[in-house]
Design a protein around this ligand. Structure first.
Ligand code: UDX
Length: 447
């Protein structure tokens, strides 16, 4: 298959490289000539485990190319994917579709012969209709089938998620697209990932409904964690206890500082707006958005409370800045609101993150950066673990404590055991695990 990917950002690049790896002939297009030149030299603009290798191998095999020239790439393609950004529009939270609309018009002008045009970007329900209208208006002779094929990959596990998805959702209104889309995904189909064919609007909604449900699940366990703290229960045991019920499922029940990233915050907000526009309010998601927003800053107050009510003049060592491990992405990371709350209260912040410090510098002012976890601890009155990078999972507690100004540890990801940290002389605070119960779940899990 000849596939063209419009947009070489996160989704476009991962999908393009994976399609090439399936054996398809793939061209990735982007307007940013610096990005395209860098990709041509084998430099990957994002941090994603395994992506550099995948790109290099497929470029070497002649199956993957990069270009700024949209027109010839579209004219040659059987299937054109739109994988451009859909950021939150400033002011109202709706998804900003200007890049999608511009791509549709550019594609329309370049089409030659029957072509399947697929939106892979996360777009509000009804966008496929709009893409179809723009193409027809720009080029009345165009022969296209417009398809919705949302992407469910997670940052940090993107290649694995792409190659071993739980399902592939394909929304179409024109049956001619079915065969080509089946061909595009044949390698996965052979791997037995179910291809779910739906109407186009349904496919668009599946993506938002899925992300909103997951965001709600996380927010639910976060609120249960708060209740656990007040009542002496253990949230990890509650999560295990409810998660074993197959109707609930055990995943996405890790309590923490709130969800962040490039998808959940933006998509939940956009879905709320869609609901309001259609006079079909999504009150559970509205509450999820509000609770999660408040939680991030509340985590800052929790650190202040752990230090006896004041952090003025004190140094807080922060471990982890990115919204989750294995990414350099800082978008909507809880660390931003937590650090701001601490800075507002007069604290000095010394932070370390294995990949996120570059982006952090552009988002948060006034942070001192450390060279590793031990450096972040030196002179600190408290260590706050915000992102559960593997390298923070087995820190030498005695070594950390030796250079700290006071032995406080706030573990916002429940990585450590109370017993262990107290034995090393720390005052230990975690999420939803009051009392000694926090060790029990590990023992059950180890069985
Ligand atoms: C998410 C979806 O998982 C993916 O399907 C979609 O395509 C894009 O959005 P991503 O944003 O990369 O992927 O990260 P994910 O691993 O889902 O985590 C999102 C946020 O939720 C992170 O801040 C993470 O720390 C948080 N989270 C996740 C929890 O706090 N607890 C959990 O149990 C799971």
């Amino acid at each position: 298959m000849r596939i063209t990917m419009i947009g070489s950002g996160y989704v476009g690049l991962v999908s393009g490289a994976c399609f090439a790896d399936f054996g398809h002939d793939v061209v990735c297009v982007d307007l940013d000539d610096k990005k395209i030149a860098a990709l041509g030299r084998g430099e990957i603009p994002i941090f994603e485990p395994g992506l550099d290798r995948l790109v290099a191998d497929n470029v070497a095999a002649g199956r993957l190319r990069f270009t700024t020239q949209l027109a010839p790439a579209v004219a040659d393609a059987q299937v054109v994917f739109i994988a451009v950004g859909t950021p939150s529009r400033r002011g109202d939270g709706h998804a900003d579709l200007s890049y999608v609309h511009a791509a549709a018009a550019d594609i329309a002008r370049a089409l030659s012969g029957f072509t399947v045009v697929v939106t892979k970007s996360t777009v509000p329900v009804g966008t496929g209709d709009e893409v179809e209208r723009i193409i027809a208006e720009t080029n009345p002779d165009a022969d296209v089938a417009v398809v919705s094929n949302p992407e469910f990959l997670r940052e940090g596990a993107a290649i694995e998620d792409f190659k071993r998805p739980d399902r592939i959702v394909i929304g179409l209104e024109d049956e001619r697209a079915r065969e080509l889309m089946t061909e595009v995904y044949r390698p996965l189909y052979l791997n037995q990932a179910p291809l779910l064919f739906t109407g186009r609007r349904t496919a668009e909604l599946i993506k938002y409904a899925g992300n909103a449900f997951l965001a709600m699940k996380i927010t639910f366990i976060n609120e249960i964690a708060d209740l656990c703290e007040k009542t002496g229960a253990n949230v990890q045991e509650v999560a295990r206890g409810i998660g074993l019920d197959k109707r609930i499922g055990s995943k996405f029940l890790n309590a923490g500082p709130g969800y962040g990233g490039s998808c959940f915050p933006k998509d939940t907000l956009a879905l709320v707006k869609t609901g309001q526009d259609h006079e079909s309010p999504l009150r559970l998601i509205e509450a999820t958005v509000a609770v999660n927003d408040q939680r991030k800053r509340a985590m800052g107050r929790r650190v202040i409370a752990a230090l006896g009510g004041s952090v003025r003049g004190k140094t807080i060592g922060v471990l982890g800045l990115t919204f989750k491990p294995n990414t350099d992405d800082m978008r909507e990371a809880p660390s931003i609101a937590i650090i701001q709350a601490l800075q507002d209260a007069g604290a000095r912040i010394k932070a370390y993150d294995p990949e996120g410090m570059g982006m952090a510098r552009t988002l948060i002012e006034g942070i001192d950066y450390a060279s590793d976890a031990y450096d972040a601890a030196a002179g600190a009155h408290c260590l706050v673990l915000i992102t559960e990078w593997n390298q923070f999972r087995s820190l030498d507690m005695k070594r950390l404590k030796a250079t700290m100004a006071a032995p406080n540890f706030v573990d916002l990801r429940n990585v450590y055991r109370r017993r262990e940290l107290e034995a090393a002389g720390f005052a230990y605070h975690s999420i939803g695990r009051s009392g000694d119960g926090d060790d029990q779940v590990r023992e059950i899990a180890a069985e």
